[in-house]
Write a protein that binds this ligand. Structure first.
Ligand code: AP5
Length: 221
């Protein structure tokens, strides 16, 4: 699942996870868990991740690839999985192509890029709130919780991500255009790729993403 910061990758990945019973693997979420751990457990990696994420910069490929390799070993990935926010550099895409070719040949990749304009992204980013317990995503403008500031599922107070400020968003967008846009072109070139309009209601985006994936997977049947 590809797309700019705030485009709706996590929202859609969570909905497909629930509908299809396959896991969402979000490198952003994995890194946020890592940075929460005490330094004695996470080592220097946790504080490096915090420093880079809070500045809107990418975490080094070797570290992220290693985290993904470990996650893909889990039994719940056997029927498939949704990669959310990964790969986002050409180095990561090349590593993934090689890793999947060598290790997991039964599960060919299809890539979906969600597209939304800048102003909508900015509003989504600044309005986003998340549950630190279950990771459910809300938005004060478009998807508010039933009770203000509290998760509908488990009652935990919602938080705003430290990288969801306008200056950090702008840096994340610069990184996206410079480093991640070529990944979109990489998958377009492989032909197992489609773009989806993310500027629709959440349910409509889910329908478009799910239809696109089913269509691309027909090539495998
Ligand atoms: P990451 O957590 O991956 O952030 P991101 O890619 O910038 O994406 P976001 O999580 O901000 O947005 P999203 O597209 O998931 O949108 P969401 O569904 O939440 O990465 C964070 C950082 O970690 C990076 O900057 C980097 O430092 C590091 N990192 C992560 N992966 C890495 C990697 N592979 N390599 C190196 N470094 C890495 O939706 C946003 C808001 O919009 C929500 O409030 C939601 O409710 C709302 N919304 C969603 N869809 C709709 C809709 N259709 N209509 C109205 N509102 C909507």
């Amino acid at each position: 699942m590809l797309g700019a910061p705030g485009v709706g990758k996590g929202t859609q990945a969570q909905r497909l996870m629930a509908a299809w019973g396959i896991p969402q693997i979000s490198t952003g979420d994995i890194l946020r868990e890592l940075r929460k751990k005490p330094e004695s457990e996470a080592g220097a990696i946790g504080s490096l991740a915090k420093q880079l994420m809070d500045a809107g910069k990418l975490v080094p490929d070797e570290l992220v690839n290693q985290l993904v390799a470990e996650r893909l070993l889990a039994a719940d990935t056997e029927r498939g999985y949704i990669l959310d926010g990964y790969p986002r550099t050409l180095g990561q895409a090349t590593w993934l192509d090689e890793h999947l070719g060598a290790v997991l040949t039964k599960l060919p990749v299809v890539a979906v890029s969600i597209e939304v304009g800048y102003d909508v992204l900015l509003r989504r980013i600044t309005g986003r709130r998340t549950c630190p317990t279950c990771s459910r995503i809300y938005n004060v403008y478009s998807q508010p919780p039933i009770v203000d500031g509290v998760c509908d599922v488990d009652g935990t107070p919602l938080v705003q991500r430290p990288d969801d400020t306008e200056p950090v968003f702008e840096e994340r967008m610069r990184t996206y255009h410079a480093v991640t846009a070529p990944v979109v072109e990489h998958y377009r070139g492989l032909g197992r790729f489609t773009e989806v309009n993310g500027d629709q209601a959440v349910e409509e985006v889910t329908h478009s993403v799910a239809s696109a994936i089913r269509e691309l997977r027909k090539q495998d049947l």
